[in-house]
Design a protein around this ligand. Structure first.
Ligand code: NCD
Length: 357
């Protein structure tokens, strides 16, 4: 496996790295007992600044199944964060006690900031409406398990494509695989953000945008449903208007192929009715289980890397400051204003264009 020290952005992934990780994941699924001691004596620090069920629990379960241990918080107000401690001080201290740190934050780019200061690997468990790389690993593992490989399919991604971090990272990651055709299904107000669109265009991905799920469902090999992200809306009335636009029912599924896979990162909030759960095409609970196995593979790889001082910060910009209100630089004022490795006009933390706010 090529070295990858931190998993903060999906753009950190290469095809070769994924292939190695997935092989490991398959080996773990085939014989989990073989890995029962692979992280014996290792500690995972778990910093959850935002609510979570699956991601938090699956990381804990994964580490414990590898024989390791976990400490951390799921309510930052129980830690020195409540006394005003900065993100980076919290990370520096945590890094001295642990072999890897998993971090979830509402601030876009928080894991990137953490990686600039940490001696141990940083794993992004979701940063605001930006990316959610380990959900994407879960999604890729699920697709690979269910279809025997990744590529040559039509995927409909439906719901909140604007704020859905699982959507952004899944699209960017699927650029690594051949012949994936995207149907982006959302209301106009919730279309993909510009930085994701740019990745699609640069990689010449095949995509069409539509508001009509019923019309395109017969063409899909995979339907990836998502929740409208209430917590990211500035305007409660707009959220109310847009939630519930798409509801997957048994009736609607009559139009879909018999072997279409129905995925969802979960939690759901009305966008898939419970009657769908018994349909053999519904694989979202199985998907959550693959999330634990792929996280076992990830922890197996990252927690054995040697502790190392973070390399000096490069790519600093002097004049431009990110104005995205959700960017980590808005509150963690000491952070150097870095630029994106992909595009000099973008913030290196949140990927937003410096001039777009
Ligand atoms: C997702 C998230 O947190 O972004 N949940 C998850 O980690 N499985 C999806 C969501 O909250 O809608």
């Amino acid at each position: 496996m090529g070295e990858l020290r931190n998993l903060v952005s999906v753009s950190d992934m290469t095809r070769q790295w994924w292939d190695g990780l997935y092989l490991r994941c398959c080996d773990i699924i085939a014989d989990p007992g073989n890995y029962a001691d692979s992280c014996r004596g290792k500690l995972l620090a778990s910093l959850f600044y935002e609510p979570s069920t699956r991601t938090n629990f699956s990381f804990q379960a994964a580490m414990m199944r590898l024989g390791g241990n976990v400490f951390g918080f799921s309510d930052p107000m129980c830690s020195s964060v409540s006394k005003g401690e900065t993100l980076v001080d919290t990370v520096r201290i945590t890094a001295t006690y642990s072999d890897a740190i998993v971090i979830r934050s509402s601030q876009e780019g928080a894991p990137t900031a953490a990686a600039l200061y940490s001696e141990t690997p940083i794993i992004n468990a979701g940063d605001g409406g930006h990316f959610h790389p380990t959900q994407t690993l879960t999604d890729l593992a699920t697709i690979a398990q269910k279809r025997g490989g990744i590529g040559d399919f039509s995927i409909g991604i439906c719901g909140d494509l604007k704020y859905g971090r699982t959507v952004h990272s899944l699209i960017v990651a699927l650029a690594l695989f051949p012949d994936v055709r995207f149907y982006l299904i959302s209301p106009r107000e919730l279309r993909i953000p510009e930085y994701v669109r740019q990745v699609m265009q640069t990689n010449e991905l095949q995509y069409s945008e539509t508001e009509n799920l019923a019309q395109c469902i017969p063409d899909l090999d995979i339907l990836y449903m998502t929740r409208v992200q209430r917590e990211r809306f500035g305007n409660a009335a707009e959220y109310k208007r847009l939630r519930g636009v798409y509801v997957l029912t048994r009736k609607l599924l009559e139009r879909a192929r018999g072997d279409m896979l129905i995925m969802h990162p979960l939690p759901r909030y009305g966008e898939i009715t419970p009657e769908v759960d018994s349909d053999p095409r519904a694989i979202y609970f199985e998907q959550a289980r693959y999330g634990m196995y792929i996280r076992m593979a990830l922890l197996h790889e990252l927690t054995h890397l040697p502790r190392r001082p973070p390399p000096p910060v490069t790519g600093v910009v002097s004049a431009l400051k990110c104005r995205n209100p959700a960017c980590v630089t808005q509150t963690e004022l000491y952070l150097p204003p870095i630029i994106s490795a992909r595009d000099t006009e973008r913030c290196g933390y949140c990927d937003k264009n410096f001039l777009s706010f």
